[in-house]
Ligand binder design. Sequence first.
Ligand code: ARG
Length: 466
Amino acid sequence: MDENTNSNDTPLWGGRFGSTPAEAFERVNASIPFDVCLAPFDIRGSIAHATMLGERGIISDDEAKELVRGLKIVLTEVEAGEFAWTIADEDVHTAVERRLREHAGAVAAKLHTGRSRNDQVALDFHLFCREASEKIIAALLETMRAFVDVAEANRETVIPGYTHLQRAQPLLLAHHLLAHFQTLRRDVRRFEAAREAANVSPLGAAALGGTPHPTDPERTAELLGMEPLVNSLDSVSERDFALDLLYACSVLGVHLSRMGEEWVLWTSQEFAFATLSDGFSSGSSIMPQKKNPDAYELMRGKSGRLIGNLSALLVTLKGLPPGYSKDLQEDKEPVMDSVGSVLAMLRVLPEMLRTATFHPKQMREAAGGFALATELADYLAMNGVAFRDAHHAVGRLVRRCEELGLELEELSREELVSAHPELAGFPGELLTPEGSITNKKSLGSTSYKSVERQLAAARDLLETGR
Ligand code: ARG
């Protein structure tokens, strides 16, 4: 064999080595078990690079065409799941180049001109994170749509609002669901920011300091729909875009966890506010009566690894000097895991919401009683009583009700007036969940009018993107 050429059993960097890698080293060094999902991005990056090399006359037009043709065949193989991956290839970049050589022959050895695996892997990972952000944004919008649909279908349903998980005041269920809509809307913004951070092409940085070849990093960036790098050293060293994505996934994970907890409570026999459809519940292997909200529990549980993945990459990056270090290979699995987890949850949530059944009677019952006490205090305060005094008078009344085993609604007018003379004119309908809800006047409140406005704005946002 000609010693100047590379063969399949020598690594592509094998020129200065007297022997092939030890098997145990090869296994720990290889990223191929997980970086195969970068393959489509790697190939698209290489197509842009080869095109630019041809345009700049660094390789001939025919060579560029041959490379692009070969790369497209490799892409088809990858997409069809027909690519034969082997750990001896070390990483996806090497694997693709090896296969390209099998399709395009010797010209494959020119593809890497003016490029390093350092800017190549950074580019692949940018493209991966950009696409992941886009997929998550689309899934978030779908979930937001489900929240609006369910809110709209349950316009009249009232629910107790809680503070400290103690019944606080009645709310419209739609108001509650639209609160989650706002949460997810902020998540969309975080993923948009993560997408923007990922949309910068490091290609052209080569190993770290650029290249003597007359390459055109602006052109490759343009071909990939990205912004070009500004500083070659920074662009091969930084993984901030991955942190941004992991952070967005962590915050979303915390949100989904809180929603999960809520549904675990709602579907318990103690709350009995809602029942999940059979398609989104599972049973017990021993207790025949059980119907468990597993998906919501997993939504709560997965927040642990989402936060862990962010911590993992932060710690990996801490202390790394500028320039590529192999530690950076550890950047991929946390991101792939978080993206996969988030997408899996967002794929189950919209339909699980839409197919659940609410129990308005139970919810309404829990939304009355002492949850209406603030109405009495607010009425007094609106009729000239200082709010602190009003609060005190109603507090005493609640204590009296507890002693008598009565609800506020069950008190006679005399009892109200004996709590405070100004309650003589108190409108009785305010001691109903619906009356209390109607009575709210402030911006963004749970009143029927406010919720209608919120629904219209939410619909508008989904339709116009604003
Ligand atoms: N598998 C490597 C990674 O994921 C690719 C880059 C290798 N670069 C190098 N100089 N060895 O980071």
